[in-house]
Design a protein around this ligand. Structure first.
Ligand code: SAH
Ligand code: SF4
Ligand code: F3S
Length: 428
């Protein structure tokens, strides 16, 4: 066996997990390939946060059957297969799947592949909880950013969400391990580090908090530090001050509000009100005026009325997010919201259309206001005579490639904005 192909679904957490899987396979002497038809080992790292994610996995699996070369090993892992019933149903439906494991034993994929190769017997192994923490060396891409887990799991049990069931309770990594990882990554040339956790604000290691951890990462080097995701209930004034004082923290904040209606927020078990949220936004804007805000919003949560949705639209207008990720509520069996009265699909679809339209107008006007400003851009990619990068507030900018290199921080003047896309010129 010599090559592998990994197909990833879902969030950044999963993208990074795939880098860890790639690390395991690299350590066994395999190399990555771009075409699934050439691969000796195919891994599907799945997501189950919405039904659409699961449908996509099943659809792609169906197609892989005829594409994989004879003898290639097909493994399915991740959030979808962490639900034992789902793993078993998937294996029944797709007899060509050789290995199915959940999220708690992904680190053993190498051993499972060996076992399968030796016996030819299909392996379906799902653990109910994490038994050991093994951190391998991920195989990262050649980009400027590196992901670093600071914690795993989630304790929040938002009533719509499957994540706590498939990722388990919160487990935080030791501060020293995180700092060492970050230093090594910067030594290796990375220019941006994104700390990952379902709710980074509740990071706790011994007596140290997330704000403390960020303090330890104020290294005397030029780099950008980001984190996601922040739960609004735990977003503290200390954290806003930390961003304001920091030399390395990016001026952007992903603070998912989910809904603008107090009644819906309570039904979602989010533990904050609309006015709590708005005052947190106001306090961080006061301390960090150029903060770029982004959010996740879900429409069509059970019982959501037109008035609830109007509250969401109004909040979106009020906050003026730079970027918004919008979702239609998807019923996840086993979660409390699945038992609540559901909305019909047409209503949900019409609401998301209205939300997307509203945000597009806002994104356009936020981008228009950036024209004329001079900002620092981290160049992420140089390709076909163009350079692409992000500002401190996380806005994407395109510029000419002349004299700029990937990984450089450059001063850029924003010269135009077309449909929320910024173009800039390097300031000499
Ligand atoms: N821990 C993060 C988000 C993890 S899931 C947080 O708390 O913000 C990413 C996003 O998917 C969520 O913010 C939510 O907007 C969306 N999501 C989660 N469950 C969903 C469901 N059942 N239907 C639709 N969207 C969902
Ligand atoms: Fe899901 Fe809520 Fe946990 Fe985020 S905080 S992962 S939305 S349960
Ligand atoms: Fe992420 Fe999907 Fe799992 S959003 S945590 S990969 S369910």
């Amino acid at each position: 066996m010599s090559s592998f192909y990994i197909q990833t679904y879902g969030c950044q957490m999963n993208v990074h997990e795939s880098e860890k899987i790639a690390g395991i396979l690299r350590d066994r002497g395999l190399t990555a390939c771009d075409d699934v038809r050439d691969a000796d080992i195919i891994v599907f790292n799945t997501c189950c946060v919405r039904e659409t994610a699961e449908t996509r996995v099943l659809g792609h699996l169906g197609r892989i059957k005829s594409m994989k070369k004879p003898g290639a090993v097909l493994a399915v892992c991740g959030c979808m297969t962490q639900r034992r019933e789902a793993a078993e149903a998937l294996c029944k439906r797709c007899p060509f799947v050789d290995i199915a494991v959940g999220t708690f034993n992904i680190h053993m994929l190498g051993e499972y592949i060996d076992m399968f190769s030796a016996t030819g017997e299909r392996i379906i192994e799902v653990w109910d909880e994490p038994r050991e923490a093994r951190e391998g060396k991920p195989l990262r891409d050649g980009g400027v950013n590196a992901w670093v887990n600071i914690m795993y799991g989630c304790n929040n049990f938002c009533t719509y969400c499957i994540v706590p069931y498939v990722r388990g309770r919160e487990r935080c990594r030791p501060i020293d391990d995180i700092v060492r990882d970050v230093e090594e990554l910067l030594d290796s040339g990375k220019k941006q580090i994104t700390l990952l956790g379902q709710n980074v604000n509740s990071y706790k290691y011994k007596d140290k908090t997330f704000a403390d951890l960020l303090g330890y990462l104020e290294l005397d080097r030029k780099y950008r530090l980001k984190f996601m995701t922040s739960h609004p209930k735990d977003f503290s004034p200390a954290l806003a001050e930390r961003i304001a004082q920091s030399k390395v923290l990016s001026h952007n904040l992903h603070l998912p509000v989910q809904s603008g209606s107090d009644r819906i927020l309570a039904a979602m078990n989010r533990h904050y009100t609309r006015s709590d949220y708005l005052s947190k936004v106001e306090s961080v804007r006061k301390l960090v005026p150029d903060i770029g805000l982004s959010s996740d919003i879900m429409v069509g949560f059970p019982t959501e009325t037109e008035a609830d949705f109007a509250d969401t639209l109004e909040l979106v207008e009020r906050v003026e997010y730079n970027n918004l990720f919008t979702f239609i509520y998807s019923r996840r069996s086993g979660t409390p919201a699945a038992e609540m009265p559901q909305l019909d699909y047409k209503t949900k679809q019409a609401r998301i259309d209205r939300l997307i339209k509203k945000q597009f107008e806002i994104s356009k006007s936020v981008a228009d206001r950036a024209v004329g400003q001079t900002v620092e851009v981290l160049i992420a990619e140089v390709k076909d005579g163009k350079a692409f990068g992000k500002t401190e507030s996380d806005a994407a900018v395109t510029l000419g490639a002349d004299g700029v290199e990937q990984g450089e921080f450059v001063k850029v003047k924003i010269v135009s904005s077309v449909n929320a896309n910024l173009t800039g010129e390097v300031v000499k």
